[in-house]
Ligand binder design. Structure first.
Ligand SMILES: [Zn+2]
Length: 207
C-alpha cells in the first residue's frame, strides 16, 4: 500500500517524470475493488471524471482550504490511463499515465488522479469526517487530504522538505521519507483545527 509521494516544494521532474508515469493503479488495496478489468474491458471503461464527481472533490478541497486558512491552488483532477500515449497530458500538464497524486508549492498545483475502478464521489461527505480511520474513507478523499497536509506543511508551516527523513510514530513504526517532522507539523495543525489526535490522523493519511 506504500508508494512514493511526489509532493514537492521545489522545481523538479516530480510527478511528470517518466518514472512516475509508469506507475499503475495498484495502490489502496484496502479500498480497491477486486474487479480488475482486462485490456479490452479497460478500453470500454469510461476514462473521464464525471462533472458531479469533480465538483464534489473541488468542494471538499474548498472546505479544507476554508477550515485551514489555505489559499487554494489549481486542482488537476483526471482519471489516469496507463494505456494512454506516453506523452498525453491533461490541460494542466499532468501525464495521463500518471497515477500518483502530488502537491507542488512552487508550481502551485495539486495533482489528483483517480484510477479506473476508483469510487467516483456523487455527493459531499460529512464534514468534518465523523471517523478518523481508514474505514469508510474513499481513495479520492484520502488522497486529497494527504496532499492538503503537504500544502499546510509547506504553505503555512514552512517546515516541510520532501526529502526529510521519516518519523518514529507513537506505535514505533517509521513514516516514509518526506513524511517526517515537517509533514507532522502539518498534521498537528490540521488536528488542532478539527479537534482530533494528530497521531491518529497521521496513521489515517499515511500511504
Ligand atoms: Zn505524501
Amino acid at each position: 500500500m506504500l508508494r512514493n509521494c511526489v509532493s514537492t516544494r521545489t522545481e523538479s521532474t516530480t510527478f511528470q517524470s517518466a518514472s512516475f508515469s509508469r506507475r499503475v493503479c495498484g495502490r489502496h488495496a484496502y479500498t480497491r475493488p477486486l474487479f480488475r478489468p482486462t485490456r479490452n474491458e479497460v478500453s470500454m471503461t469510461l476514462r473521464t471524471l464525471s462533472t458531479v464527481s469533480e465538483s464534489v472533490i473541488r468542494a471538499e478541497y474548498q472546505r479544507l482550504c476554508n477550515a485551514m486558512g489555505l489559499v487554494p491552488v489549481p486542482l488537476d483532477i483526471y482519471v489516469s490511463d496507463d494505456q494512454a500515449p506516453p506523452e498525453s497530458k491533461t490541460p494542466l500538464g499532468s501525464f495521463l499515465r500518471n497515477a500518483t497524486p502530488g502537491y507542488s508549492g512552487t508550481k502551485r498545483i495539486m495533482v489528483l488522479p483517480l484510477c479506473t475502478g476508483d469510487d467516483q464521489p456523487e455527493e459531499l461527505p460529512s464534514f468534518p469526517p465523523p471517523l478518523w480511520s481508514k474505514h469508510g474513507w474513499p481513495a479520492w478523499r484520502f488522497e486529497l487530504w494527504h496532499e492538503v497536509v503537504h500544502q499546510v506543511s509547506n504553505d503555512l508551516m514552512g517546515s516541510w522538505d520532501p526529502k526529510e527523513p521519516g518519523r518514529i510514530r507513537r506505535d514505533r513504526s517509521t513514516s516514509d521519507q518526506g513524511h517526517g517532522i515537517g509533514w507532522f507539523r502539518g498534521i498537528c495543525r490540521l488536528a488542532a483545527v478539527f479537534g482530533a489526535d494528530p497521531e491518529e490522523i497521521d496513521l489515517l493519511l499515511d500511504r
